[in-house]
Design a protein around this ligand. Structure first.
Ligand code: PPS
Length: 287
């Protein structure tokens, strides 16, 4: 498989070369957003796929047909990935666009845009565990080594897509510069999925009836998405994602880090969090 082991570096950020090129990254950072666009922004493993499913269901009034027949990367493509250009050019209706890019790389393109931006954040301890497991199955990411090694790189930001701290702070501290911005956390979605779907539907100005809300909730549950080949990545060939090494829809809970971190690793992560997030008022649920 071409470029599977290649890392593409762009503005000092590492991206999997398998899906990113200088051209695709330049295309993303110079993208012409439309006011009708909805943009999902996340650091990897923070609830991207879940939000893609929620938005698809909200826009389809709870009808799961699109969610069950079109792969998530085709209905909500990652702006910075090579294949996005063709999908976005061919798209006619309001577009759902996904990105993992940090704020400073996308800010110029988003300036003056009325596109609706939804930022999903997840506590970094759970992100690190989810990302570690994802590295084991995704052959386009480097071998993560032991969790201990990976955690050190993650806390330093020496991983693909850069630092979790910079990503979250970059997007949330500049939210006043984005005309339509919704911040939501993975933990909030876990704890109150109905309220979260309603929040998204209000933000998208796409109100749902009680029945539509219940249908949306049903089809974006972890168990439903786990069985949905359009989002569980089982359509991706084994040489790109090795499902014998793990599942994309893996655990889906808050606080799995407690099963993985040692006390020392937890203290280290807390220390880095305290120093990196000292200037941030964000609060996360950790368990
Ligand atoms: S990626 O690769 O960046 O697109 O990954 P992303 O979709 O952001 O994150 C994957 C994690 O989200 C979990 N997930 C869910 N949790 C609860 N409910 C639902 N419906 C759901 N859908 C996805 C998925 O299981 C990954 O988390 P972990 O902790 O690894 O299970």
């Amino acid at each position: 498989m071409a470029r599977l082991d290649v890392t593409e570096t762009f503005h000092s950020f590492m991206f999997p070369g398998h899906m990113h090129t200088q051209d695709s990254l330049n295309y993303a950072t110079n993208f012409k957003f439309q006011d009708t666009d909805t943009v999902i922004v996340t650091y990897p493993k923070s609830g991207t796929t879940w939000m893609q499913e929620i938005i698809t269901l909200v826009l389809n009034k709870g009808n799961p047909t699109v969610a069950q027949t079109t792969p998530n990367w085709a209905r909500a493509p990652w702006l910075e990935q090579c294949y996005a250009t063709d999908i976005l050019k061919a798209s006619t209706g309001p577009r759902i666009i996904t990105t993992h890019l940090p704020y400073h790389l996308l800010a110029p393109a988003l300036q003056h845009s009325k596109a609706k931006v939804i930022y999903v954040a997840r506590n970094p301890k759970d992100v690190s565990v989810s990302y570690y497991h994802f590295h084991k199955m995704a052959n386009f990411l480097p071998d993560p080594g032991t969790f201990s090694d990976f955690l050190i790189d993650f806390l330093k930001g020496a991983v693909h897509y850069g630092s979790w701290f910079d990503h979250v702070k970059g997007w949330t501290s500049n939210k006043k510069d984005i005309q339509n911005f919704l911040y939501i956390t993975y933990e909030e979605m876990c704890q109150d999925i109905q309220g979260s779907i309603q929040k998204v539907s209000h933000f998208l100005q796409c109100p749902l009836t009680e029945d539509e809300l219940i249908l949306s909730q049903k089809h974006c549950s972890f168990n439903s998405m786990k069985e949905n080949a359009m989002v569980n990545y089982t359509l991706i060939p084994q040489e790109i994602m090795d499902h014998s090494k793990g599942k994309f829809m893996r655990n889906g809970k808050i606080g799995d880090w407690k099963n993985v971190f040692t006390e020392e690793q937890s203290r280290l992560a807390d220390d880095v969090y305290s120093s990196q997030m000292a200037d941030s008022s964000l609060l996360f649920k950790w368990e």
